[in-house]
Design a protein around this ligand. Structure first.
Ligand code: ZN
Length: 432
């Protein structure tokens, strides 16, 4: 049984009409219950009656990450007695924000993952092995768990354990699907190769890839995706989500970007001036939550840059699709004649063999452009060849020659731990 909401196969006009009424409901909800939006609406002199259709949404102000962070509890639109779950953003950039959910929000979240996993060809016959954090106020872990339960499939909550433990459980319980970070799949593959495990004979047929992009902006598998696929012939499905959105965009079998679910969220792709970009152009993902009670967001600017696609998909859905996140808006790097985000530089580095580990630093150059400084861990015997190969790859992909600095393991470790984040950093912004 496939659960595909009927609205997803309606015409784009029908989807738009449907979203118009959902956005109107959201506006009424925040106007009546959200102290933050009540304050903003009165300060800017807009009110819900100005909303006659989706074109009028631009009359309403956008919400920035800073505003959400600085006024976190003013966004709460229900009495605190109705909160059943407190989740938190990971706080990779700055301090975490708390997102409070009501019982209905949890139900909505489960439904969201249920239709997302269905989109990724999940069925009640599947057995999913979850290789990710399920506690620490992490919304996604809980969302996957509840969504898979709603789908009626089986679950193994392994968490982010070592490859040896993951393989042990794969052998014993024979999951058909994994939910994992793609770079962790590389570790699973390396372990399998070292231990003589036959990947082709494993029970695993598909992987929902979380947290990292699998594709380039033209929707082809990136280096990471290609390395996985070449070693292990499993179906890969990318997914994009964030705690603030409480919604996921997950790929179908055709791998043409993450599908939008119109019942749950409204999406705009905006340029720096806050205007919609033409379809197919990168812009900032800006979302309006639909059906969220606890902390609804209006025109929230996620800071994530991506391209949206509107042509209908071979799976029959006519909803918008989001390409991979190209990077964070504030991390845009302006090189001579081109712009790139850190993941684009990482992808170029991953193409060069022999680079064991790296940190990319961006510094201010002359004439308003930025310059790249690469801190690389490379075996001494391979350093000269790496310089040649890097020059080639960077010239072809980014049209620049980066400054290359070979460093030791200890120096890499030190660079990766700069700042407050608990995750090792691969990007350092040293621009003035
Ligand atoms: Zn599709």
């Amino acid at each position: 049984m496939k659960i595909v909401p009927s609205i997803e196969k309606e015409s784009p006009d029908e989807i738009r009409r449907f979203q118009e009424s959902k956005v109107r409901e959201l506006l009424m909800h925040v106007a009546q219950h959200s102290p933050y939006y009540q304050k903003i609406f009165s300060a800017t002199g807009v009110d819900v009656s100005a909303f006659k259709g989706l074109d009028d949404l631009s009359l309403f102000p956008t919400t920035s990450k800073d505003e959400f962070h600085n006024h976190n509890w003013e966004f709460l639109a229900v009495p605190s007695s109705r909160i059943v779950e407190y989740t938190s953003t990971s706080g990779t950039l700055g301090n975490p924000v708390t997102i409070a959910l009501t019982e209905n929000d949890l139900q909505r979240l489960a439904y969201n993952e249920c239709i997302s996993f269905t989109c990724a060809d999940g069925t009640p016959d599947d057995l999913f092995q979850l290789m990710l954090t399920l506690d620490r106020q992490f919304m996604a872990g809980m969302a996957y768990y509840e969504g898979i339960r709603k789908l009626g499939a089986g679950l193994i909550r392994v968490g982010p354990g070592l490859p040896s433990m993951q393989w042990d459980i794969i052998h014993r319980l024979k999951p058909t699907a994994l939910v994992a970070v793609p770079s962790f799949l590389i570790k699973l593959i390396e372990y399998a190769h070292a231990q003589g495990i036959n990947l082709a004979a494993s029970s695993v047929k598909k992987v929902i890839c979380i947290g990292e992009a699998l594709r380039t902006s033209d929707l082809q598998l990136n280096i990471l995706g290609t390395r996985i696929k070449d070693a292990w012939d499993v179906a890969l499905y990318g997914t994009y989500a964030s705690t603030e959105m409480q919604t996921a965009f997950t790929e179908c079998e055709h791998g043409r970007g993450g599908h939008h679910h119109p019942e749950l969220i409204y999406v705009e792709i905006l340029d720096d001036a806050g205007e919609p970009v033409p379809m197919g152009t990168p812009g900032e993902i800006t979302i309006t939550t639909l059906g969220v009670e606890g902390m609804p967001l209006l025109r929230y600017k996620t800071g994530d840059i991506a391209v949206a696609y509107q042509d209908s998909c071979r799976c029959g859905r006519n909803t918008l699709r989001l390409g991979p996140v190209l990077g964070r808006k504030q991390q845009m790097i302006k090189l001579k004649g081109t712009t790139v985000y850190p993941p684009g530089v990482f992808d170029a580095l991953n193409e060069v063999g022999d680079v064991i580990d790296y940190v990319v630093e961006v510094v201010s150059g002359r004439l308003g452009t930025d310059e790249l400084r690469l801190h690389l861990l490379v075996k001494e015997s391979a350093q000269q060849a790496t310089i040649e190969r890097l020059k080639e790859v960077f010239k072809a992909r980014l049209r620049v020659a980066p400054t290359i600095m070979f460093v030791t393991q200890a120096e890499i470790d030190k660079l990766q731990l700069i700042g407050k984040s608990r995750k090792p950093k691969r990007f350092i912004d040293s621009r003035s």
